[in-house]
Ligand binder design. Structure first.
Ligand code: TEU
Length: 524
């Protein structure tokens, strides 16, 4: 019998290359650093890696501003290093997914440079979204849209025209109604597919299509309301689906093992599911799950909604708790010992749910958000543009601690990491946790190993059990069960599970009870 495609149940580990491992000692992680840690990743027990962008980039937004989609930035290595990484990842029986940034290029991309050099109305400008301003002399932006990073979404060029950027001014938005743009990205897909990658994570997948009338917006909040129905001028418009149908045709030429993962912040589950129609994208991060917080009822609601909507389109669910854009979940759940305890329980729940899951580098070590990075060392454009009102995303991007007692904690052979590491990270290095069977690292390894062996886990059914308030419990397959206690006091095991054997406990458990802030896996 044909087994289900790998990605329907995959656990995918996100690598943020500049903060993962630094082989050349310049303080920035690089592709050769990733190569050197492939044994660690294989031993962790994940199925695939997703790498945030490592392409040529001026790094105005840490690589999400791409100046050449077919080359590697010198700070990360060379195209040959990328080829070697793809080959060696496969030799370790892991798959590799790369990031694709189609909403915008860098302002240093040849296309944008050509657009700046060409007159208004030219074909060069038509690849981006240039417009004349409002006001008597065009001195006001064409409309009232604001950038996700703060400030107006428009920047004026010397001849008086304005261009649109939903993110930093260094990230001009492409015009996806232009056939040249469509053709160029299909060619970029083929370039990386030919190099052997197993898929693409699509950045801001819900943002490519814009209202051609550029209508002013009344509610310019970043997230759509749950009631939204494709009527927002730039998020989640129906036209975006044409792009993905075209891409699906391209990727299907390479067999049925290569995938698209959408980064689509679309809270309406029905609208979200539309990205996962059989002729579009394969999977998408489930951000509603990430946002449910440490809350039994909210978590169960998201699980039910997700599974219901995705069943209708035939797509597997994927669950995610952390990434390079959000505060690490240990910290979101309260930080310190309590936050770590809850985070472990939440991970056990996530890995027991139907479908696939994402792990963000460092969460397997139980890392917390770094909150005390001095203002002058912070690099995220969100921070710069808002004069310190928002801390930005640097706190989850601090270079990983691998070994040793002081910075750079084995991140690189020498050198000062591009963001400072907390002085007290010695107990949280991969090396220290490797030596401690009670560590977060061993918890992840054990959970992933059990998940891999157990046919009830990954894609499949889920049957809720009756529980007390603040507790979730469910069965999967013939004999698997998971129970998680979100409350601050121990609870009795649900009656159905009293005779079951505990195979995984996120914190030490006495017989018959689920301790506070704890998840258990059981065999019935
Ligand atoms: O993120 C898009 C996105 O949704 C972010 O703006 C998100 O809202 C924000 O980071 C939350 O704090 C993607 C990338 O993941 C992000 O790193 C990039 O900055 C952004 O696209 C622009 O490319």
């Amino acid at each position: 019998a044909k087994t289900a495609p790998w990605w329907r149940s995959a656990v995918i580990y996100q690598i943020y290359p500049r903060s993962f491992a630094d082989a050349n000692g310049d303080g920035m992680g690089d592709l050769n650093g990733v190569r050197s840690r492939l044994p660690y990743l294989a031993a962790l027990g994940v199925d695939a890696l997703w790498l945030s962008p490592f392409y040529a980039s001026p790094q105005a937004d840490a690589g999400y501003d791409v100046s050449d989609y077919r080359d590697v930035d010198p700070s990360f290595g060379t195209l040959d290093d990328a080829r070697a990484l793809i080959r060696e990842t496969h030799e370790h029986h892991l798959r590799i997914v790369v990031d694709l940034v189609p909403n915008h290029t860098s302002d240093q991309h040849v296309w944008f440079q050509a657009a700046l050099a060409a007159p208004p109305g030219s074909a060069e400008r038509a690849r981006y979204i240039f417009r004349e301003g409002r006001g008597p002399t065009g001195e006001l932006p064409p409309n009232n849209w604001t950038s996700n990073f703060g400030g107006p979404a428009w920047t004026r060029v010397p001849d008086g025209s304005w261009y649109l950027h939903l993110f930093a001014p260094e990230q001009p938005d492409l015009d996806w109604t232009n056939p040249e743009v469509v053709a160029e990205f299909q060619s970029i897909l083929r370039f990386w597919l030919d190099l052997g990658v197993d898929g693409f994570r699509i950045d801001v997948a819900h943002g490519l299509a814009k209202d051609p009338a550029l209508t002013d917006i009344s509610d310019n909040g970043y997230l759509l309301t749950a009631a939204s129905n494709g009527d927002h001028p730039f998020w989640d418009r129906d036209e975006v689906h044409d792009v993905y149908r075209g891409w699906r045709e391209v990727i299907d030429e390479y067999g049925d093992d290569r995938i698209f993962v959408a980064e689509a912040w679309v809270p309406n589950p029905d609208r979200f599911a539309q990205y996962l129609r059989p002729d579009e994208l394969h999977t998408a991060f489930n951000f509603n799950y990430l946002q449910a917080g440490w809350d039994a009822a909210a978590t169960r609601k998201v699980i039910d909604q997700t599974l219901g909507e995705l069943r209708d389109v035939g797509a597997p669910a994927t669950w995610v708790l952390s990434n390079h854009d959000v505060v690490r979940h240990v910290t979101r759940y309260g930080g310190g010992d309590l936050g770590r305890r809850r985070a472990r329980a939440a991970t056990a729940l996530m890995l027991a749910l139907p479908g696939g899951a994402y792990i963000y580098q460092g969460e397997e070590l139980g890392l917390e958000e770094v909150l005390d990075i001095p203002a002058e060392l912070r690099q995220d454009p969100i921070f710069e543009q808002t004069n310190g009102e928002r801390l930005g995303r640097d706190g989850c991007r601090v270079p990983l601690p691998w070994s040793g007692a002081s910075a750079p904690f084995g991140f690189g052979p020498t050198g000062t990491p591009w963001l400072p590491q907390p002085a007290d990270w010695a107990a949280e290095t991969a090396e220290a946790e490797e030596a401690d069977p009670g560590s977060s690292l061993w918890f992840y390894r054990t959970a992933l190993a059990q998940r891999r062996r157990n046919p009830a886990l990954g894609e499949g059914d889920l049957r809720w059990l009756e529980t007390a308030e603040g507790v979730l419990a469910f069965r999967r397959g013939a004999d698997f069960a998971c129970v998680i206690n979100f409350t601050d006091a121990p609870v009795a095991l649900p009656t159905e599970l009293i005779r079951a054997a505990v195979t995984l406990a996120s914190s030490a458990a006495d017989e018959g009870v689920v301790p506070a802030a704890t998840a258990l896996w059981l065999t019935i």
